[in-house]
Design a protein around this ligand. Sequence first.
Ligand SMILES: NC(=O)C1=CN([C@@H]2O[C@H](COP(=O)(O)OP(=O)(O)OC[C@H]3O[C@@H](n4cnc5c(N)ncnc54)[C@H](O)[C@@H]3O)[C@@H](O)[C@H]2O)C=CC1
Ligand SMILES: O=C(O)C1=NCCCC1
Length: 312
Amino acid sequence: MAELPVLITREEVMRLLRYTDLIPKLESALALFSKRSGAELVQPLRTIVPLQKHNGFLGLMPAYIAHEDILAAKMVSFYQRDPDSVLPAHQATVLLFDPERGNVKAVMDGTAITEMRTAAVSAISTKLLKPCRQEVLCILGSGLQAVSHYQVFTQMFSFTQVRVWSRRRERAEQFARAVAGPVTMCSSVKEAVEGADVIVTVTMAKEPVLQGEWVKPGAHVAAVGACRPDWRELDDVLMRDAVVYVDSREGASTESGDIILSGASVFAEIGEVINGTKPALCEKTTVFKSLGMGIQDAVAAKLVFEQWKSQL
Ligand SMILES: NC(=O)C1=CN([C@@H]2O[C@H](COP(=O)(O)OP(=O)(O)OC[C@H]3O[C@@H](n4cnc5c(N)ncnc54)[C@H](O)[C@@H]3O)[C@@H](O)[C@H]2O)C=CC1
Ligand SMILES: O=C(O)C1=NCCCC1
């Protein structure tokens, strides 16, 4: 009989997972994914179950990486909530399997994993596509992804100013209290974005919030929200003028409203840049359209489990 799975809470995940361990593992996984090496890495397109009655979705995200022998599956629910709702927008659980025996070794909070691995991948895109002149960082949105993006971006880069914009001033103030460091609150997207070198979009918007005409030429945009084919965060001008990078071409052409509805073409996957098979066009305005991948959760879950075991 297999042992019962261990349960790892959100607090434990946040204590055990470190960006310094996570980032190199994510880079390797993204690179391997873009090689499309068959049975070596298996990640089916995310299955989405719409919950129309509740204005939400359930995403199922399994992944297997053979050489590291990691088998994991994340289940994530996400909802378009009323702005006054106290319920969370996202909740996630990751199951980590023993790939040989097929049993579940660990059941862990996937919400913290989602926050950290998504922010880490945005930071990787910034390191590759905006390697210099990182002075002003602008974050649009003030939720959980905004916080994790602030944490990893201020850890990895030396921005002289971090600006935040949120639909509601009190949410931006809450964000400023939640992060350890200075934040400039802006009262409009235009004010937040003008002159920024790196822009992170982490909203639940369904219509564009970021207009290309406000974006400084040569800036890098890490676009994290708008993960449904009919949702937008970025306008057509930005999608037309920027060089577009993605995490997965299949994911982007199935799930990204910004890509599908603007008709923008994808220049490269970020894994292709890591592999050196596509260039990083750093002088151009770049958009990294992130949708999230099961392999990102899988490598994070393995790190969490290994850290957890090492403490026994
Ligand atoms: N690419 C990826 O791998 C992942 C993407 N996401 C996406 O990132 C986004 C942020 O997620 P969380 O921070 O966890 O959510 P959250 O609910 O904690 O924060 C959402 C933020 O968006 C703002 N917002 C909501 N509707 C808006 C609108 N119409 N216009 C402008 N702002 C609006 C809220 O005020 C809040 O600041 C979501 O779209 C989510 O689905 C989340 C996880 C992974
Ligand atoms: O990758 C993820 O996890 C998610 N991506 C899109 C929105 C929900 C969570």
